[in-house]
Structure formats: C-alpha cells, structure tokens
Design a binder for this molecule. Sequence first.
Ligand code: PLP
Length: 446
Amino acid sequence: MSVATSIDPKQVHEIIGRHQLADGYDMVLDLDKSHGPWLHDAGRGEDFLDCFTCFASWPLGYNHPGLDDPDFERELLRAAKCNPSNADLYSREMAAFVEAFASHVTPEGFDHHFWIAGGSLAVENAIKTAFDWKARRLGRTDFNDNVNDLVIAHFQYAFHGRSGYTMSMTNTLPDKVGLFPKFQWPRIMSPGIEYDLEGNISNDIEALEARALAELEAFHDSWSRRDGYKHIAGVLIEPIQCEGGDRHFRPEFMHALRAFCDKADALLCYDEVQTGFFGSGKPWMWQHHGAAPDVVAFGKKAQVCGIYAGPKVDEVEDNVFVRSSRINSTWGSNLVDMVRSRRFIELIVENDYAANTAARGEQILAGLRRIAGDTGAFTNPRGVGSLLAVDYADGDARNAAISRCYDERLLTLPCGPRSLRLRIPLNMTEQEADEVLNRVEAAAKP
Ligand SMILES: Cc1ncc(COP(=O)(O)O)c(C=O)c1O
C-alpha cells in the first residue's frame, strides 16, 4: 500500500481542510476507478457523469485505454523522475511534444511557440507579446523608454485569469479581482448572441456589434487632457466567452476586430484557454469564425499552456520570439504535461475525436433544444462541440438546477449571471451523450 492509498477516502477532506481552504466538491476523486466520462467518488462509492471535466481541462475522460501503452508509460515515468527547466534545457521527450503540437494542433502559418504552466500566464505572455511589439512599432526600443501609454482593449464579461495583468481584464464575478490594484484599460461592451429554440439569433446582434465597434473606435480616436493619448497594443477576446456566460460571437464581429487591429496597428489576441485544443470540434474555436489572430493563448485541455503566434510579430525586429528572456519562466511548462499532451494529441488524431466532438455537440444541442421546448425549464440553448450551455431565469434558478443535476449524479458548471454549462470529454460516446440528456431532463424542473 502506498502513502496515498493508505488514506481512508472518508478522511481526505478533513486532512486537507486542516491545512488549507477545502471548500471544493464534497467527493473524493478515485484515480483508479474513474473511467471514461464517469468520475468515481471514493467517498460515496458512486459514479458521477462528468460534464465538468476539471473546468474543461480534461480532454479524454478518465483512464483512456490508450494511456496503458507501455512506451508512453515508460516515457511518462522518465519525465516524472526529473523536472527539467524546459525553457533552456531540452530533451527528446520535449522535442517529441513540440513536433506533435506544432504539426497537429497549431494551424498552418503560425511558426512561433512559447510554453508555460497556467492559462493566466499564457494570456499574460500573449499581451506582453503585444506590448513589446507595439512599443517597437512606435520606435521605443530602449528598455528605459516609457510605455505606460500602451493598453489592451478587452471585453465586458471577459475572464482571462487572476494573475497580475490578466486581472485588469477579467470582469466576471467581483470576488475574482476586487481589492487588487488594476490597470484602467479600455473595456468594450460584449455583443453576445442569444438563440431561439431553432438555433436562430433572437437578439438585435447587429446593433450590439455596432455599439461595441463604435466604443473601440471612440477609444482609438480619443485623447484626454488628463491621460493624453493611449495606444492600443492589442485587442484580446475569448472566441466564446466561457466563464462570463458562454457568450458566442458572430464571425462578422470577429472579422471586424481583425480589420480594426489592422487599422490601429494592434495585435489581435485570442484567449483560447478554454475553447482551444479541439474543444469546439476543430483544433481552435477561431477556425469556426475564420478571422485569423496574431497571437493565441491556450491551456487547459492541451495540458501544456502557452501561446502561438503568426507572421505579424515578425514585422518588428527583436520581437519576444527572437530576443532571449523577454518572456520566460524556469520550467517553461512541465515535461510530464508535455509527454501526456503528446499522447493525447496522438489519440485525438488516431481516433478522429475532433469529428466525434462536433457530432456529440450537435446531438446534445438538439436534445437541449427539445428539452427546453418540452419543459420550458431553460432558454438560449447554445454550443459547439464540447462547449454547451443553457440559461435559467436567474442565478438562483440556475444554482438550483446545478444541484438537481448533482442529485442526478451529473456534474455541470455555472457561468455568467444565470447560465449552466456542460463541458464534455472529446471521446464521449453517443450513448453517454444520451445519458447526459436523460439526466438534464430529469433535473430540468424542480
Ligand atoms: C478563457 C480563460 N482564460 C484564462 C483562464 C485562466 O487559466 P488558469 O486558471 O489555468 O490560470 C481561464 C480559466 O478558466 C479561462 O477560462
């Protein structure tokens, strides 16, 4: 018996709670008995159907048989027995991961990569890339030059993380960023789509988009006696705003942001920490819209967090992908994560889980529309691939629905003021997706 397996599951919360805030799920994850989309609670001895997937970070369910591959297990153990500083010390294991990611996950034409641990830090480095780029575009190449007039335009309902720079742009629940000093960067209204039960857009989205773009233009043109002129270094947006309420955007809006960035000489930065790595049924959510970014931050399902960037960064010499140490960290992500990510990439490609994700998304969305029509319990069903959501009348009704789902042994997540979100594994089967719908229906009404 190992140190961990000698612990009685019933003691887990008590032991952890003795030393830290332990107000997470009241279950105990059983790493052996959890399988596929079934999270086994060692405390209750029961399975939960997992549409939480560790905050959309666990791509292929638990104990995928493809992880039993002996070569992979040996590689994982080798990597786990060492913790190299990958940013500056390279290994064959790292080379195998970088090759797999660059050839199967990164789209054509994006030649720069940077790896780090944590989605917030991925986003931070995306905007550092934009700041450095814009400063140099303005001719400020001396490290003593003042660049405090550079800003990042971002959106209402955005969630980009809880680290230094990202807190100035995250604006979901106030407890995430309140009482911490922040930068006053331009916050643009967010023109999110609402859908009827046939999947048609039911709000005046063109008017909302026009307002958002007008706000962006007004900021770009503005000069104030107090602040002087602020230069937009980048526009940062999640292609679907997840934490803020699964708010979808039209391709037309994303293309308008692209055009704005070209005009304003700013980098278009996407935060795909939650939407990326095949979660939408394509490697990246932005590929559904077709408006190509300059920099993309990723994390979660990819296991390894970081950024990839396209040719616009090369328009300045000495950019952060050329000049050593402008962006860096000791571990440059983590080698164990790299080995695991590489294996996930192989499994996703071999089994075409991207196509499966797209099909399961359509299946569940159709079911959510039917349940909404039959029960009237929720509205605005929406989703693409593994990223699905519905709206309740208010936050209380939503929270009650989440706890009824829990009673049905279905794990879901809240987002935004009154939305419930499902985040399914990419390899969910048709039968398992039907079971998700059965449980959503059972929990639909009090
Ligand atoms: C869109 C988005 N960006 C950034 C983050 C922050 O990632 P992390 O929690 O890994 O720092 C999250 C986390 O939920 C996210 O959803």
